[in-house]
Design a protein around this ligand. Sequence first.
Ligand code: SAM
Length: 455
Amino acid sequence: MKTANRVSIAKKEDIFSRNIYQCLFPEHLELIPQLNEVYELELAFYESQILSDEEIINNGAYFARVGDQLTRHFLMCRGEPVKLPQHSSSRLKAFFETNQFKTGYATHGLFPYRGKFHPQMIKGLMNVMGLKPGDTVLDPMMGSGTVLIEARLMGIKSIGIDASPFCRFMVQAKLDGLTIPLAPVRCALNNCQSVFEYFKRLAGEPEQGIKMRTENYLQKSFLTMESNDRYIANLPNGCENEKVHNFLLLAYLDSAGYSERSNRKSHYEQFKAILERYLFVAEKIQRILSGTENELAEATPLEGDARSLPLENSSIDGVIFSPPYSFAIDYLENDSFHLNYLGVPVDQLRQKMIGLRGKTLREKFELYKLDMDKVLSECARVLKRERFCTIVVGTNNNQLGKILGVKPENVQGIDDILIELGKKHGLHLVRKMNRQITGMANTMRSEFIIILQRK
Ligand SMILES: C[S@@+](CC[C@H](N)C(=O)[O-])C[C@H]1O[C@@H](n2cnc3c(N)ncnc32)[C@H](O)[C@@H]1O
């Protein structure tokens, strides 16, 4: 029988003089505040092993200081946390404050898209996947564009694809927020009422309680950008610039979404508060980026289908994505106002949306598996050999158990289904981590980070 090594009482006391951080990291590396999950410690450890000091200063996700030099990530996050509308609950405010170093930086916080990635985690993952400035990363289901924004800041080229045209619009506006001139946005805020009236005419007014705009509703179309030319002249100087215009428009669409969900403030008050926050966020990140704008990498958001990627074989250095979490979120319902403004026939789009296809839950689940098989086959095709494809996914085995009529403990989770599908296409599991979901109102409490390597 093996006996445990005996440690003298004196030695046992000694162990309290050392903490786990001193064992894991060299003395000159100081961890970022608020690092409190095991997977974060693990990613920080990998970063410390594979990045040079200079790389940690420029692109590290989990360190505040290297020697006496503050890291860029720390500088990007420092300062006031994102300003929230005054009526926000103390729970929401506390959430943003405690997540300052994880989510509350750059333009990530703009627009409340459901199921967003945790940006700091994406930065850490890109580092451990060996992605370097000049490489190209792909997110075939980009949603709100977390991967593209993070990659752009790190000097890594990126391509993002989403079936929803609204995602392409939103991601482009969030990317532009890193560099657009802000004087016209400031002017727009000073002339908020007339700017609000302009967008109301352009994009229409929200209607409380409306859940889904069908194609019939679409007949009631609003002014298009082209027929709007004569009104643009009423905007403050500089706001006719397409990028500035669309940044303001995103703030308007954001406020319309809020107004459909809540009537605590008038739509106008809501727009003003949101525009103020957008300006604050863009000013904060642009101050940090000042002088280094030309180091930002090219980022290309596209509308498309992850099951059939418009990319060459072996052309991508890394893939990161999070598929729709089984059937938890109906993105089309959430984005009904915005899609309608963009003139998108929601019923047709539904046929392309993974997780939403099919009538019964059982049929949806079967189609989900078939669709994800195609997505993984495409990811393997476009990825270079030896490179990594990382999937972040949650699973709800209780829900799946009900659909399949089996006990939750006998269900094969979405995580394992994706690992199996990956293997079929030459993507082999190298690491699986677990991450608690700390966001508001999530049905799932944890998710998996699955790192696959193309053999
Ligand atoms: C969980 S979200 C991704 C969120 C994203 N990681 C972020 O940080 O915002 C999944 C996305 O998959 C998109 N999607 C669904 N079906 C798709 C398809 N066939 N092709 C591409 N994207 C699709 C949805 O529109 C949704 O934006």
